[in-house]
Design a protein around this ligand. Structure first.
Ligand code: GLA
Length: 695
């Protein structure tokens, strides 16, 4: 049984293939955490005395002598709380006690009620045993017929790690053009706070964390946590003086004050916890498998090779010039042609036009449908860039509805990139957005949308009193996306926010891939892609080959290295193909052809980070599928006299034979794991792709 209740000991046990998660309800009505980690026979669990807070004095945070499944603020609780509430009479503090539970399939819902006020809290747990993933959330219901409750914090869950180990944390940090940089640090007493206050997932941190105690890429236990949410979020890891570790996370409590009206329920975003036994690589592969099975939109759909116009033409878009690019792209084997920014309204620069989602008649005199037909006639799908949550003051939309942006009376309306964020918390703006995009999709045969969001939310005002704008924006974004997907099921959607500013398991439920970064420099990309792969699978990682010198780094990296880097995810091209030489076009066509052959292994296989680009000049990443293994290797520079390094590929079938499709060389899985492949990487910016077929 994956979810069991042991009445004698009042224990709940969620059993995964390699893990157990256990807690009990206690005589005092609390929920006592028992274990999260390697599998333990259920009969052994009741006796587990998970050591509680050590409080010999009268100062500490010790309302109960154990770690709680939910830390509802009240009494002597000074640690990071899961839930903080204020009742209509001014009472602050919640006193919850167990009131029942239900188990259905793999889901457990434990109900707690307040001792006095009509407040119910359900702790939700769902286990995906094959991935050792436990998903948690809260449902907070105000049962009062008359009075609201104000929630000051409503996180999704608090997790307790096995005590008394020195833990290390891995997380992703970044900025625009430099997303998902992996960092690892020993935890020390105190708090590690990762968050976004921008209204989107953000570039600064990913809502993800991994904790280990001596793991490496292919060995050791890892506890990993990730939120499925695309708005402002927060993850707090707290290490107590005695080493106890708790992670609390969910909706950011900054500027929160959520009004829960009479009869209303707040269901918090899903917060997933994963336990892996074989290192960071195992944790990533489990996350990817979990997302393919339970999160991703159309997980088995091969993501097409695309061309995107942004770096080639910027705002200088026209039917004629785009068609010239499209003809070249079609000859390279590109499957999807995307016109980026600049096709609509008065959009000749970033100063005007956002909000006016009709094709510019000077640029597309025959309309969009005629252009789409031309693209389809070339054998490609047709895609379009949109940024529906935004408006330029210089637009017909803003002139008609100046109040449709987030703003406060008597306060500056702060622009960024000359634009403002539409107040999507308003139902009329939500309905306008849906109708506009639905109309656009019906106006022309559009196969793909790149949905961008190029600034953070500021001045979060202008909605109905009592509306939490941060949360309502995300709810309505999800509603519009869900409706569009339902009505236009064949349309692929790419999530973009100035690159990778909106990548998370909430948006990936509704979109097919993510524009990983505006930084297309192949060397910088290796590091960004290494970080991205910690949590998300390659089929969601959109990568383009663009022109050199790179617009950000001025580096001129060879075409081969640029292609090999982009082939590690969803291959795309973003260079000005009309400027490419015949030789470059021929070379590129070869890479596109090779990519299409290995695409099932790259997009649907298991990732193996074989050598890290953050640690060394030589890096490698491999993908293994049922019958094929693909290894990409990269060397930034060469030094005379240095020994060539073998790239070891652990985790394959040791007894199987793998043949190199180019050289015919045969290697056993054991040899690949223990000795490795010697790859020819000569000169600066050398790269290779090795395809091995299992016989
Ligand atoms: C953002 C995106 C780019 C491009 C531009 C267009 O920066 O990340 O890829 O679409 O907007 O304005």
């Amino acid at each position: 049984m994956t979810v069991a209740y042991l009445p004698d000991s009042r224990c709940f046990v969620l059993s995964g293939a390699a893990s157990s998660y256990a807690f009990a309800h206690t005589e005092d009505g609390g929920l006592r955490h028992l274990h999260w980690g390697g599998a333990i026979p259920p009969d052994d669990l009741p006796a587990l005395g998970e050591r509680g807070p050590h409080d010999p004095a009268s100062f500490g945070s010790a309302p109960r002598a154990y770690s709680e499944e939910i830390v509802a603020w009240g009494g002597r609780r000074f640690d990071e709380a899961t839930l903080v509430a204020e009742f209509a009479d001014g009472t602050r503090g919640v006193e919850l006690a167990y009131a029942g539970h239900e188990i259905r399939d793999n889901t457990l819902r434990v109900r707690l009620t307040d001792a006095y006020y009509p407040l119910d809290v359900v702790l939700g747990y769902r286990i995906h045993p094959e991935h050792d993933v436990v998903v948690r959330w809260l449902e907070i219901t105000n049962r009062s017929a008359a009075d609201p409750v104000v929630l000051d914090q409503a996180f999704s869950a608090s997790w307790s790690l096995p005590a008394e180990r020195p833990y290390r944390a891995s997380w992703l940090h970044g900025a625009w053009g430099a997303e998902t940089h992996l960092t690892r640090r020993e935890l020390a007493p105190g708090k590690l706070v990762l968050e976004s206050r921008t209204g989107t997932t953000g570039h600064a941190h990913q809502p993800w964390l991994a904790l280990d105690s001596g793991a490496v890429e292919e060995h050791g236990e890892v506890w990993s946590l990730a939120l499925a949410y695309s708005g402002s979020w927060k993850l707090t890891t707290q290490v107590a003086h005695d080493g106890a570790v708790h992670v609390t996370g969910g909706l950011n409590d900054f500027d929160f004050r959520y009004r829960l009206g009479p009869g209303q329920t707040l269901t918090t975003p899903e917060f997933a916890g994963l336990y892996a036994t074989a290192g960071f690589g195992d944790a990533s592969r489990r996350w990817h498998a979990y997302q393919r099975a339970h999160v991703l939109a159309d997980p088995r759909l091969p993501r097409p090779v695309l061309f995107n116009s942004w770096e080639a033409t910027a705002f200088d878009v026209s039917h004629r010039a785009q068609l010239a690019l499209a003809k070249q792209a079609a000859q390279l084997g590109v499957e999807l042609f995307v016109v980026d920014d600049g096709w609509f309204g008065a959009r000749d620069s970033d100063k005007a036009g956002l909000g006016d989602w009709t094709p510019n008649p000077d640029k597309f005199p025959q309309g969009l449908a005629a252009f789409a037909d031309d693209i389809h006639a070339l054998g490609m799908k047709f895609g379009l860039w949109v940024e529906p949550e935004m408006v330029n003051p210089d637009s017909d939309l803003y002139r008609a509805h100046p109040d449709w942006i987030y703003h406060f009376p008597h306060r500056t309306r702060t622009p960024a990139r000359n634009q403002h964020v539409l107040n999507l918390a308003r139902p009329d703006v939500r309905d306008w957005m849906h109708a506009t995009l639905d109309g656009l999709l019906r106006s022309a045969p559009i196969d793909y949308l790149k949905w961008d969001m190029n600034r953070s939310i500021s001045e979060p005002g202008g909605a109905e009193p009592g509306t939490n704008v941060w949360i309502e924006h995300v709810r309505n974004l999800y509603r519009v996306l869900d409706r569009l997907r339902e009505d236009h099921p064949g349309v692929l959607i790419e999530s973009c926010s100035g690159g990778g500013g909106r990548a998370d398991m909430g948006i990936l439920r509704r979109t097919h891939q993510v524009w990983t970064s505006d930084n297309t420099d192949a060397l910088d990309r290796l590091r960004i892609q290494e970080g991205y792969s910690q949590l998300y699978p390659a089929q969601t990682m959109s990568c383009w080959v663009t022109d050199v010198p790179n617009f950000l780094t001025s580096r001129a990296i060879p075409l081969r290295f640029r292609f090999h880097t982009a082939m590690c995810g969803v291959l795309g091209i973003g260079g000005d193909l009309t400027e490419w030489s015949d030789e470059e076009l021929r070379e590129a066509a070869g890479y596109v052809e090779l990519y299409k052959r290995i695409r099932p292994t790259v997009q649907f296989g298991s990732v193996h980070r074989l050598a890290s680009p953050s640690e060394d000049d030589v890096s490698a990443v491999g993908y293994s599928g049922d019958r094929e293994v693909v290894v990409f290797a990269f060397a930034r520079s060469m030094r005379t006299g240095e020994r060539r390094r073998a790239i070891r590929f652990p985790g394959l079938d040791p007894a199987a034979v793998y043949s190199d499709v180019d050289t015919g060389e045969r290697h056993s899985g054991a040899l690949l794991a223990h000795r490795g492949l010697y790859l020819r990487l000569e000169g600066d910016y050398a790269s290779s792709v090795t395809v091995l077929r299992r016989s």
